[in-house]
Design a protein around this ligand. Structure first.
Ligand code: PLP
Length: 386
C-alpha cells in the first residue's frame, strides 16, 4: 500500500458515477435489473462482477465501502455488517467451529456469545483471564482453531502483544483475530503485526458520530470468502444508507482520532496529577504497565482512558453524576465525550469477585474522549471531582 492512511480514507473505494460525483452515490435499492438472462447468469454464477441483490452485499454503495474498509487495515478484502456483533458472529461461525480461545477481557456481548451461546451449538470456547493467560500455549496446542482478543481492552486498557500471540498461534495452526475497535486503524494495524483477521464495531470510531450501528471484518481474500455465505444467510449485511453514512465518516477518521489521542493524553496527564484520583489507566502515560508495548505496536494511544476515584464506588458515582460535558452513556468513539462506571454498566452483570479478577474496581470511571476542547473537559472533571 503506497498511499498514506489519510489518503486511503478519502479516496479508497470511491466509484465515479455517470454524473461525476466525487463520492460514491447511495444506491438505495434492494435489487438490480439486467438486460438479458445471459447477463444475469454471468453475475449469479460469478463469471462477472456486478450488482444483484443488496442482502448479498452486491450493491455498489456497499462494495465501495468495503473497498475502503479493506484499504484501512491493509487487507485483501472486507465485509460490512449491520453491527459489530454481526461481524463477530460471522467470524466465530466461519473460523471458530473447532474451538475459540479469548484472551483477556472483551466486550460484554462478545463474552456472552462465547460463554453462553456458542457452546449451545457445540463450539468449545475458552476464556483466559489474568494468570490463566499463561495457559494459552497449552489451550492452543489442544487444537483450538481461533485465537481472539481485544487490545487495548475495556475498561482497564490492557495491552496484548499481537505479534507474539500470532507467532504462538500460528505455530499450532490456529488463526488470530483482533477486535480493533478501541484503537481504530489509525492507531493500530493488527494485520501488519501478524494477525489474520480484524473485526470492528464501526458504531464507535469508524462511524464516529454516535449516529450509526455497523460492523466490519477485514483479512485475506481466502479467509473472507467463506464468511460471505454466513453473512448472506444470517442476513446481517449493512444497509446501503448506513454504508454511505459510514463511508462519509471514514473520510475524516484520521483527523478525528489524532485529535482524540491528543486530548486523551492531556486529560490523562491532568487526572494523574489530581489529588482525588487514585489511578489513571492510559497507554500513553509512561508509568502505565502496558506503555512500552503500546509504544511498540501502536502509532497513537487512543481516546479511551479509565480513572479510579478516591473514596470507592459511591464517590465515583457522585463524580459521574456531576459531570456536565461528559454524558453518562455507554458506547465510545463519538464527537461527544462519554463517561461510564463499569460496575454499573458494562460489567454490572458480573459478580464482584469476577470484576476483581478482571482488575475492575467499583471506583473506576471509563472516559471516551470526544472532540471538545481539552481545557473544557479537564475543567468539567475538576468541578465533578470537587
Ligand atoms: C461496541 C463494541 C462491540 C459491539 O459492537 P456493536 O456495533 O454494538 O454490535 C464489539 N467490540 C467492542 C470492543 C465494542 O466496543
Amino acid at each position: 500500500m503506497s498511499e498514506g492512511l489519510a489518503t486511503r480514507c478519502v479516496h479508497a473505494g470511491e466509484i465515479d458515477d455517470a454524473h461525476g460525483s466525487p463520492n460514491t452515490p447511495l444506491y438505495n435499492t434492494t435489487t438490480f435489473k439486467f438486460p438479458s438472462t445471459a447477463d444475469l447468469l454471468d453475475v449469479v454464477d460469478g463469471r462477472k462482477p456486478g450488482s444483484l441483490y443488496t442482502r448479498y452485499g452486491l450493491n455498489p454503495t456497499i462494495a465501495s465501502l468495503e473497498a475502503k474498509l479493506a484499504a484501512l487495515e491493509g487487507a485483501g478484502a472486507a465485509w460490512a455488517f449491520c453491527s459489530g456483533m454481526a461481524a463477530e458472529t460471522a467470524l466465530f461461525l466461519t473460523h471458530g467451529r473447532k474451538g475459540i480461545v479469548c484472551i483477556g477481557d472483551a466486550y460484554g456481548g462478545t463474552l456472552e456469545l462465547l460463554a453462553a451461546q456458542l457452546p449451545l451449538l457445540g463450539i468449545p470456547t475458552h476464556l483466559l483471564l489474568g494468570n490463566d493467560i499463561g495457559r494459552l500455549d497449552e489451550v492452543v496446542s489442544a487444537g483450538v482453531g481461533l485465537v481472539f482478543f481485544e487490545t487495548p481492552t475495556n475498561p482497564t486498557l490492557e495491552i496484548f502483544d499481537i505479534h507474539a500471540i500470532a507467532s504462538l498461534a500460528h505455530a499450532h495452526g490456529a488463526l488470530v483475530a483482533v477486535d480493533n475497535t478501541f484503537a481504530s486503524p489509525v492507531n493500530q494495524q493488527p494485520l501488519a503485526l501478524g494477525a489474520d483477521l480484524v473485526v470492528h464495531s464501526c458504531t464507535k470510531y469508524l462511524g464516529g458520530h454516535s449516529d450509526l450501528t455497523a460492523g466490519a471484518m477485514m483479512g485475506a481474500k481466502e479467509l473472507l470468502a467463506p464468511v460471505w455465505n454466513w453473512r448472506k444467510n444470517l442476513g446481517t449485511t449493512i444497509a446501503p444508507e448506513i454504508a454511505a453514512l459510514l463511508a462519509r465518516s471514514i473520510r475524516t477518521l484520521p483527523v478525528r482520532v489524532q485529535r482524540q489521542n491528543a486530548t486523551a493524553q492531556a486529560v490523562a496527564a491532568a487526572m494523574a496529577r489530581h489529588a482525588r484520583v487514585a489511578q489513571v489507566l492510559y497507554p500513553g502515560l509512561s508509568g502505565f504497565p502496558g506503555h512500552a508495548l503500546a509504544k511498540k505496536q501502536m502509532s497513537g494511544f487512543g481516546g479511551m482512558l479509565t480513572i479510579e476515584v478516591r473514596g470507592g464506588g459511591e464517590a465515583a458515582t457522585r463524580v459521574a453524576d456531576r459531570l456536565k460535558l461528559f454524558a453518562l452513556a455507554p458506547s465510545l468513539g463519538g464527537a461527544e465525550s462519554l463517561v461510564t462506571q463499569p460496575c454499573t454498566t458494562t460489567h454490572h452483570g458480573l459478580p464482584p469477585e469476577e470484576r476483581a479478577r478482571r482488575g475492575i474496581s467499583d471506583a473506576m470511571l471509563r472516559l471516551s474522549v470526544g472532540l471538545e476542547d481539552a481545557e473544557d473537559l479537564i475543567a468539567d472533571l475538576n468541578q465533578a471531582l470537587g
